[in-house]
Write a protein that binds this ligand. Structure first.
Ligand code: FAD
Length: 418
């Protein structure tokens, strides 16, 4: 390395974790974001870090549910048909990978990334002195009927196959574990290999403070462009007319990575699995001890520092299409059947975009044919949990170190060529 400088673009969970890891490896790192760290997708997620998240949405079970999903009326899934028509490479690629062989490869890859990340998160939380935000008591999948539980066989078999610790609960055992839930659930699956946090954005911000305390620089500006510069340097242009130069750059702009790379001739097949959230006060002091996923209601309810956070399923549309609130309204109705919740705590509904590639795996690695241009995006439903594992893998690749997990399933070349 000549001068060992890196600019990381994007200060969500992925970018901040990369900045910390590269700094740990001795690089002089600048992190640039148009907002404060952790204010976008990494702000509004459900805060779950679970080994059960190795199941991608495009698994072989997708085909059975597809006719209902395509009706475009469920709380679980909505889509704008024009978005799919404009993105056939993504849409067809995503569906084509809902087959057993790709599913096995993806689940294996995500399992390794999630396991690595859980260890890295715990280390970072200790270093950032925020272990009090971590709950290590798992999360719950809730089933309203025996038939719904039977329908989850593939998920349960997959978790068993990968050695994810779970426990099936009947009504009584569920009520003992989560007394706040009303007795409307026939069964539950307690995913014990899972933890959660009480404020995902605060976790990112604490990691960013750790980065600064260790000498890292954060620049708040919108990145407007990227140029390959003389002497194998990269020049990062911002919208205020300034620029940063570095030997290597990391694109970690989450859902905005696609639009950012397009002018460089890099066409990323990414879709936006949009999701919403709202917080609710607790009624009668009732709350949950851990996040729950009501499979019938298609929402996740997470106990956060500021209240109960209700987050919704998937809406496929353009990154910046106007919000639609139908899914949140359905989810809220279903959640009120499950638990006594207070009033909405915010006026505006939060909207986030899960950035998803056709095989539901992120890209982690160097761009083919562009030395020094590193990519870390596409973390779909698991980017809050897998940011630190992504950073560990990217750092080891950048510095030619022993790789902590197999990089093959994540390499950029599977979708992008020189
Ligand atoms: C409803 C919902 C629930 C979720 N639940 C979970 C969960 O429980 N567990 C989990 O692990 N994951 C969850 N996810 C997924 C997770 O939130 C994302 O995968 C993750 O936050 C992506 O992180 P990121 O750093 O890649 O992107 P982001 O957090 O979006 O960060 C990208 C950053 O790039 C910056 N940026 C963009 N363009 C520019 C520019 N031109 N100049 C400068 N900066 C720019 C943005 O300001 C932003 O800070 C959920 C997502 C949603 C929507």
């Amino acid at each position: 390395m000549k001068n060992n400088t890196v600019v990381v673009m994007g200060a969500g969970m992925v970018g901040v974790a990369c900045a910390l890891e590269l700094q740990r490896r001795g690089a002089k790192v600048t992190l640039i974001d148009r907002r404060e760290p952790g204010q976008e997708t990494s702000y509004g997620n459900a805060g779950v870090m679970a080994r059960s998240s190795l199941m991608p949405f495009n698994n072989p079970g997708l085909w059975r549910g597809l006719p209902k999903l395509l009706g475009n009326q469920t709380a679980q899934f909505r889509y704008n048909p024009w978005f799919l028509a404009r993105n056939p490479r993504w849409a067809l690629g995503f569906l084509a990978r809902a087959r057993q062989s790709t599913f096995q490869e993806t689940a294996t890859a995500l399992d390794a990334l999630i396991r690595l990340s859980l260890v890295e998160h715990k280390r970072l939380m200790g270093e950032a002195q925020i272990l009090h935000r971590l709950r290590e008591n798992g999360w719950l999948f809730l089933y309203r009927s025996a038939a719904a539980y039977a329908g989850s066989q593939l998920a349960r078999d997959t978790m068993d196959h990968f050695g994810v610790a779970t426990e099936a609960l009947d009504r009584k055992a569920l009520s003992d574990l989560e007394p706040a839930l009303r007795p409307i659930f026939d069964r539950a699956l307690w995913i014990k290999d899972a933890s959660s946090v009480d404020d995902p954005s605060q976790v990112v911000q604490a990691y960013a403070r750790l980065f600064v305390a260790r000498g890292g620089l954060i620049r708040q500006a919108a990145v407007a462009g990227l140029q390959a510069h003389k002497d194998k340097h990269w020049k990062v242009l911002d919208d205020a007319g300034g620029h940063l130069e570095a030997e290597r750059v990391v694109v970690a702009m989450g859902p905005w990575s696609k639009a950012f790379l397009a002018p460089l001739g890099i066409s990323v097949p990414m879709a936006f699995e949009r999701g919403y959230h709202m917080h609710y006060g607790s009624a009668e002091g009732v709350t949950l001890k851990r996040p729950v996923y009501d499979t019938g209601g298609a929402y996740v309810l997470s106990p956060m520092e500021r209240g109960l956070r209700l987050s919704t399923g998937v809406e496929l549309d353009d990154c910046d299409a106007p919000p639609r609130h139908a899914q949140l309204e359905l989810a809220e109705k279903a959640a009120r059947q499950a638990i006594s919740m207070g009033e909405r705590m915010e006026r505006d509904v939060w909207l986030g975009r899960r950035p998803t590639l056709p095989d539901s795996r992120p890209i982690i690695g160097e761009m083919p044919g562009r030395p020094g241009l590193w990519l870390a995006f596409g973390h779909q439903h698991v980017g809050f949990s897998t940011g630190p594992g992504t950073a560990a893998l990217l750092g080891a690749q950048m510095y030619g170190d022993v790789l902590p997990i197999d990089p093959e399933p994540f390499r950029a070349g599977r979708f992008l060529s020189a």
